[in-house]
Design a protein around this ligand. Structure first.
Ligand SMILES: [Zn+2]
Length: 537
């Protein structure tokens, strides 16, 4: 990889916007199921800011979606990197025209268009789009990513545009967590994890015996911004020997879900704070984590003081340190305590079965052993299965099968519901099978033979048609529309269930006569609803 980089042209990158920038989010911040893959550049609380290509290259891909990145542009650069600009309001006219052509050719608004190098070349600083708030965005901003083009590994954009922000503030530690290893360690006389704050260190007497891991809740800060950010580097030293180090950069895209193992997912679900562990769970392959032979878990096997020192730093090298002392004191290590009905699922387990429920776990699905507490209850189309009382996210999805408990007229309408939500699936010899990412949710078989409902919403503009399209059980899979048999593109309004079409922006020529508008919606189990109305255009 290094040689490739030396051979490729060196490029300098510039800011994607023409004003002073502060960030609403930085690269690598932990989020449920993924690392934040880029930086969130504030757009002065409004949409419509011109977005410039950060370096020369060509537009290689454009997406249009109601979720995720929304409207996004990918620019491929000659140095082996690709930059991604997401949540855009609209594209440059050249890109917009090509996207519209694709949408009409595919009879589809949601688009994923790939381009050749000669289609839309861009120079450094060229305006490629206007900023927006599309897709899964909580407010106007630009989400900017940098990837290595071949591997699609995610890189900190600050490494490419260091002058983007001013930052002389070091990260701050809010709290620590001690994690006694089940059946192998105790901390302050307890086998449960224990939280403590830097301000409490003087008054606390910390004692441990056996194997104990540590974690830290910390945030980074930058001047001129009230926001807080993820911490680029953490180092844990015990008695001046490094036992763990994290450096959040160059994250392989497919390891994103391992964030749930590095971070304390359970704690985040309850208290909305990410405690990042300073030890590596046995199945966690994240290359940004480095530890000693004990995976970063500290062994307290001598009756003496252990000196713990944390060092945290950001991209710009602003450093903060935190120290505390843990006294090694010999004590009884209790066996792992299980409640009646609890089952330990080993992190290497390949399957789990109970009557009417099967689960196949591919290798690498679990980062660590988990405790299941399987409970089943009556349901309409099958029994409902709840494997744990809390969320248990997987790195790779498990295949689950639930035995169908009721005769149905069309097996193609069956699906698996996870906490009541459609999650796909298909019927196979008396069972319904699906892939799920969270085995802690309530899983049951659902059935949908009810088509979507379509309703006209009035609009004062004579050429504009707005329709409300709803589907109760599984959601809308596709829509199609035509005027006198000629395809017209309807676009969803924001993230709502309404679709809009301005006939002036379609290839249909006005005639001032009465025409037939046909609109068809299909849900995720193939149930269709056709709507027809007369329009004067
Ligand atoms: Zn973002």
């Amino acid at each position: 990889m290094l040689i490739t980089h030396l051979l490729l042209a060196a490029l300098t990158y510039i800011s994607p916007v023409k004003y002073e920038v502060s960030l609403a989010g930085n690269f690598g911040e932990p989020r449920p199921n993924h690392f934040h893959g880029g930086v969130d550049v504030k757009t002065q609380r409004v949409e419509g800011k011109p977005i410039h290509a950060v370096a020369e290259g060509y537009v290689s891909r454009v997406t249009v979606s109601q979720t995720g990145y929304g409207n996004s542009v990918y620019v491929r650069h000659p140095d082996g990197h690709t930059t991604v600009y997401a949540h855009l309001q609209r594209f440059s006219p050249a890109i917009e025209a090509k996207v519209k052509k694709w949408q009409y050719a595919h009879h589809k608004w949601e688009a994923d268009v790939t381009f050749r190098a000669t289609d839309v070349p861009v120079s450094k600083g060229q305006v490629i789009a206007l900023s927006g708030n599309t897709g899964s965005s909580m407010g106007p901003h630009l989400h900017l990513e940098v990837h290595e083009t071949d591997s699609w590994d995610m890189y900190d954009p600050l490494g490419f545009i260091p002058s983007l922000v001013n930052d002389h503030k070091a990260p701050e530690t809010h709290a620590f967590m001690a994690y006694p290893m089940p059946g192998k360690g105790v901390f302050c006389g307890r086998t449960a994890k224990m939280k403590f704050k830097p301000a409490e260190l003087d008054s606390l007497r910390l004692e441990a015996w056996g194997e104990v891991g540590f974690g830290i809740h910390a945030d980074d800060y930058m001047e001129d911004s009230p926001n807080y950010y993820g911490v680029r580097r953490t180092v844990l030293n015990v008695d001046d020997k490094e036992v763990f180090r994290s450096d959040v950069n160059g994250i392989p895209f497919q390891t994103n879900r391992m964030v749930n193992s590095w971070g304390d997912y359970d704690e985040f679900s309850k208290n909305k704070h990410w405690f990042m562990k300073s030890f590596i769970e046995p199945g966690n392959q994240l290359p940004v984590l480095h530890a000693d032979g004990r995976r970063g878990v500290v062994l307290f096997d001598q009756e003496r003081d252990y000196h713990i020192r944390y060092e945290l730093s950001d991209y710009y090298g602003n450093i903060s340190t935190c120290r505390f002392v843990v006294r090694g004191r010999r004590m009884e290590i209790p066996q792992r305590k299980l409640d009646p009905g609890d089952v330990i699922l080993d992190h290497n387990a390949e399957k789990y079965e109970t009557d009417g429920f099967k689960m196949i776990l591919p290798s690498g699905a679990l980062a660590d052993d988990v405790v299941l507490h399987p409970v089943d209850s009556a349901g309409i189309y099958s029994r409902s299965y709840h494997m744990a009382s809390k969320s248990l996210p997987l790195i790779v999805p498990a295949q689950i099968s639930i035995r169908l408990g009721k005769e149905v007229s069309d097996v193609n309408k069956l699906f698996i519901a996870s906490d009541g939500k459609f999650t796909g699936g298909k019927f196979n010899e008396g069972w319904v099978e699906a892939h799920v990412y969270d085995i802690g949710k309530k899983l049951t078989v659902g059935y949908d033979d009810i088509p979507p409902v379509i309703e006209r919403v009035n609009d004062d503009r004579p050429t504009v048609i707005i329709l409300e399209v709803k589907d109760a059980d599984t959601g809308i899979e596709s829509i199609d529309a035509a005027v006198d048999g000629q395809f017209v593109l309807f676009a969803p309004i924001g993230r709502s269930s309404r679709y809009i079409c301005n006939l002036k922006n379609t290839p249909v020529k006005p005639t001032s006569s009465v025409r037939t508008l046909q609109f068809m919606a299909c849900d995720k189990r193939g149930n269709q609803c056709a709507y027809q109305t007369k329009i004067k255009y």
